[in-house]
Unconditional design. Sequence first.
Length: 100
Amino acid sequence: MNKRKIYTFQDHLEESLKDPEVKKAWNETEAEYQLACKLIETRLKRKMSQRDLSKKIGTSQAAISRIEAMSGNPSLALLKRIANALDVKLSISFSQQSVS
């Protein structure tokens, strides 16, 4: 029987973050990544498409796509409308950076 370990995204990320340039880029985009993940996760739990969400909040599907692709820069007002449409509370926090 062949017992190969499955190489996961987490494995890849941990290996990639050993490179200082990759680690710097990751740290600079972590907030966008977290926002994108939570938006996608919540939207899918609500069984909504990007188009459904965009219609509900009065914006374009492309605007939702840009946020989820980490290439958008949504305003606080837009994030509030998204949270309201998804029936969730918008929470923003600051935390101490880890020293690495």
